[in-house]
Design a protein around this ligand. Structure first.
Ligand SMILES: NC(=O)C1=CN([C@@H]2O[C@H](COP(=O)(O)OP(=O)(O)OC[C@H]3O[C@@H](n4cnc5c(N)ncnc54)[C@H](OP(=O)(O)O)[C@@H]3O)[C@@H](O)[C@H]2O)C=CC1
Ligand SMILES: CC(C)(CO)C(=O)C(=O)O
Length: 314
């Protein structure tokens, strides 16, 4: 496959590197010192699933990449609109743009620019960051992608494409990652949104790792309440889960060996980087108000984190 990774950071460079290891034709789109290092020294990945290094073409100019089958869209949500505006030169009518971002609004922004039929919605479960320019550190998580062709929530899901099958096959063959196809992309996006609002919200506000949150009765109850509120907002949006996300995630997280993990939001907060608060709790609050759903826990987390998010932005 010909793949461009738009936003070759913690998530994008990890998956782009893994697919390149399998011989796929991957180009990284990055910028600044990270791009300089990718160009001069190649990409180094330090991973709990096995370290590797790979030399890939890297650029900050999407118009220099040429047309590709697939764009892995992995910029932070606050960069979505700007990056989307430069997608056109990489896309044929049958190319796809797969967002692996957190949040439930990115796909609609992409669809407005490139057309819904070329957008795939996706989520990923991984802890991976830029450790230093040119070096990505994957510290945990199953490194799984779940995706499908995007569509308006009121429209039926499109048929699974040959390109989606090709990506599933590529991910299956790759080491250190896996992929799954979802029959309901909206349920998948909101299911992850419920988890990330709880995981990111509680690790960022308490500044404690997941293990401490789970071990503290009051804080674990709040983790649950955040998920319950987000699921209520999803129901008001018209999302129909074939499962109960709160039970599913609490069961999974109860037994998960991830005591030391935080979240990408906590990482950005503690490293003085711009935070995705507006795409996470900010977005949940907007969706809640739109539907008249009460979301006091989510609103509180948004309010607590807002001064730090503003400080990191300026
Ligand atoms: N990190 C994780 O473990 C997880 C992250 N996610 C989600 O994945 C998405 C990506 O996160 P993450 O990988 O951590 O983000 P990173 O900040 O590590 O990577 C994004 C990269 O894209 C670059 N970039 C942004 N805009 C452009 C542009 N126009 N041209 C070239 N480069 C650009 C950024 O550069 P610069 O730094 O200069 O802005 C940065 O290097 C987020 O939505 C996040 O919530 C989901 C699951 C886990
Ligand atoms: C769910 C979690 C915490 C890890 O995949 C995540 O998405 C993030 O840190 O952004």
């Amino acid at each position: 496959m010909e793949i461009a990774v738009y936003g070759a950071g913690g998530v994008g460079a990890y998956y782009g590197g893994r697919l390149a290891e399998q011989g796929h034709d991957v180009t990284l789109i990055a910028r600044g010192e990270h791009l300089d290092a990718l160009r001069s020294d190649g990409l180094t990945v330090e991973s709990v699933a096995g370290d590797f290094a790979v030399d890939l073409p890297a650029t900050d100019d999407p118009t220099a990449v040429g047309e590709v089958d697939l764009v892995l869209f992995c910029v932070k949500s606050f960069d979505t609109a700007d990056a989307a505006a430069a997608l056109d030169a990489m896309l044929r009518p049958d190319s796809a743009v797969l967002s692996l971002q957190n949040g439930v609004d990115n796909e609609d922004v992409l669809a407005d620019v490139v057309g819904t039929e070329r957008v795939w919605g996706g989520v990923t479960y991984i802890f991976s960051t830029i450790k230093e320019p040119g070096v990505v550190e994957h510290t945990g998580g199953p490194a799984e992608i779940v995706f499908a062709e995007y569509h308006d929530i009121d429209d039926p899901a499109p048929e699974r494409s040959a390109l989606a099958d090709a990506l599933l096959g590529a991910c299956e063959a790759a080491t250190g990652m896996s992929a799954d196809y979802t029959e309901d992309v909206h349920a998948t996006l909101w299911d992850k949104f419920a988890l990330i609002c709880a995981q990111a919200g509680l690790t960022a506000t308490t500044r404690h790792p997941f293990g401490d949150i789970r071990a503290t009765e009051e804080t674990w109850a709040l983790y649950r309440r955040v998920m319950e509120e987000v699921v209520a907002i999803a129901h008001a949006e018209g999302v129909r889960f074939g499962w109960d996300p709160v039970t599913k995630w609490l069961d999974a997280m109860e037994s998960m060996d991830n005591e030391e993990n935080y979240s990408s939001l906590h990482y950005d907060l503690t490293h003085g980087k711009r935070m995705e608060l507006d795409a996470l709790h900010g977005s949940a609050v907007r969706h809640a108000r739109e539907h008249g759903v009460d979301a006091p826990a989510v609103e509180t987390i948004d309010a607590i984190l807002r001064p730090q998010a503003d400080a990191n932005e300026s």
